[in-house]
Design a protein around this ligand. Structure first.
Ligand code: GLU
Ligand code: ZN
Length: 492
């Protein structure tokens, strides 16, 4: 069997990290099977549609390097792949069901349906939903409604007896009594728009989809879809509903947990390879231990059997860790090109950079690489090179376990050791040893000496390694800042 799978988002919002996981699993499954990955835009909800979300869909997949074999832009034999361009198709199939008695026209007014709903709620009726008022209209009754100019919807006839079962690759058989399926749902609205169920089933069939891999929240739609396939006499694709992506608190992943839009991750400076690697592992594993995968590797080794049955936890810290690893794996040239936009955005360098700025950035990248989790970290880490905003709050200079008096001594004596040592060309390890000896003499921890020095030089308590920072600034400037730090501390 030639595998054909699809990612079928509705462009009603930004691409969510959980949605992208669905896209990746479909894509990797298609690739690993030598099959086709199809992109279909389910834009039947015109009220919630936005151009921005369609743009975001394309640019997110593009950024991740996920290419679709068939779909919008690239075309293909089953197009168009945008549902709003397929309305004639849906109408024709809906009418076919009416002709065969499997669906029917309903002329009920919004007021009637509202009154019905109210009555059912108030009487706490066991029966909820449409009362099949129009299920058996005579030709005369229909003609009368038509004469009044009422535009009907088309409703699908759900059997009242029996049950419907479908098989899910992960969850096994899922059954539902037919009488529990919402009675006779609308499949075509009065304005000719299809509802999700109709369009989704027709397209999956016409596009030859073999496996439907989608979020578990679509399981409740499964039985109705199966009934539709049966009504059309079509083969039912294989289902594989993916367990939910949750936050650490085991609630559905949402903005409360952190960013969820891929666009936000991108803006913060996550690399596409880190997102792909980590997101693939949120609910899937190859052997339970391998952690690093390139996109190319996943295209080969992805399996459905590796998908976990239990809900997956999205761990932001773990993603940061992966991203840090991928940043360190970047070549210096690539990393420079990745961080420059952040430096420009912060106003640290010009666009294009001057020669002096270019060489500063080139020198910066090596020490910075070790300390970055996301690309935007470069801004706080390197601010001291491009801006000079001294820390005037004395407490920032004082390390835990030290005090103001000792900090003054540590900074004045420490500066002397550091600057004279560097001027004499002493080895870094030697200077560090002397600074450590100073801390012992002052009866404070090593950091009691290093912290005031670091704060004076880099204007911040978190920064690049000390000796790299001095090199980036130049010895004279470092010396000037140390003196200034001392005068800030000595001020009354
Ligand atoms: N358009 C639906 C969504 O936004 C597709 C669900 C499905 O894959 O069947 O998730
Ligand atoms: Zn009706």
């Amino acid at each position: 069997m030639d595998v054909r799978v699809r990612y079928a988002p509705s462009p009603t919002g930004l691409q969510h990290i959980g949605g992208i996981r669905t896209a990746l699993y479909n894509y990797f499954f298609a690739r690993s099977q030598g099959g086709k990955f199809i992109l279909r835009v389910e834009d039947t909800d015109r009220e919630r549609y936005s151009d921005e979300s369609l743009e975001d869909l394309y640019s997110t997949l593009d950024w991740l390097g996920i290419k679709w074999d068939e779909g919008p832009v690239v075309g293909g034999p089953c197009g168009p792949y945008i549902q709003s361009e397929r309305f004639d198709i849906y109408k024709q199939y809906a009418q076919q069901l009416v002709k065969e008695g499997k669906a029917y026209y309903c002329y009920c007014s919004a007021e009637r349906l509202e009154a019905l709903r109210k009555e059912q709620t108030e009487s706490k009726s066991e029966y909820q939903g449409y009362d099949r008022h129009c299920a058996n209209l005579t030709d005369e009754e229909r003609a009368e409604y038509e004469r009044q100019g009422i535009k009907p919807v088309i409703r699908f006839r759900v059997p009242t007896e029996g049950k419907t079962t479908f098989h899910d690759i992960l969850m096994g058989d899922i059954s539902r009594r037919n009488r529990d399926i919402s009675p006779d749902p609308i499949i075509l609205k009065s304005d000719g728009f299809p509802t999700y169920h109709l369009a989704n089933v027709i397209d999956d069939h016409l596009m030859g989809i073999t496996h439907i891999m989608r979020a578990q929240e679509w399981i409740p739609s499964g039985p109705l879809h199966v009934l539709l396939y049966q009504a059309f006499g079509w083969e039912i694709p294989q289902y594989c509903h993916l367990p939910m992506v949750m936050g650490k608190d085991r609630q559905k992943l949402s903005k409360r947990h952190g960013s969820t839009a891929v666009r936000d991750f991108r803006a913060k400076g996550y690399l596409p390879e880190a997102i792909i690697n980590y997101v693939a592992l949120v609910g899937w594993s190859l052997d339970g231990s391998t952690e690093f995968f390139t996109r190319e590797e996943l295209e080969k080794c992805f399996t459905l059997s590796g998908i976990h049955k239990s809900p997956a936890i999205f761990d932001y810290k773990k993603l940061d860790w992966f991203n840090g690893q991928y940043i360190r794996a970047c070549s210096d040239e690539r990393l420079v090109s990745l961080i420059v936009p952040y430096l420009q955005e912060a106003g640290f360098v010009h666009d294009p950079m001057t020669e002096e700025e270019s060489s500063k950035v080139a020198a910066l990248v090596k020490p910075a690489k070790e300390r970055m989790k996301v690309l935007s970290d470069i801004v706080p880490l390197s601010a001291f090179i491009f801006r000079d905003e001294p820390v005037t709050d004395k407490s920032v200079y004082i390390a835990k376990g030290s005090d103001e008096e000792k900090t003054v001594k540590a900074l004045s004596e420490g500066s002397r050791i550091l600057i004279s040592g560097l001027k004499e060309g002493k080895a870094q390890a030697q200077i560090e040893e002397e600074l450590a000896a100073l801390s012992t003499a002052l009866e404070i921890k090593v950091n009691g000496v290093f912290q005031p020095i670091r704060v004076a030089i880099t204007n911040s308590a978190v920064s690049l390694p000390l000796f790299d920072s001095i090199e980036l600034l130049g010895l004279d400037e470092a010396e000037r800042r140390l003196c200034r730090g001392l005068s800030i501390l000595e001020e009354k």
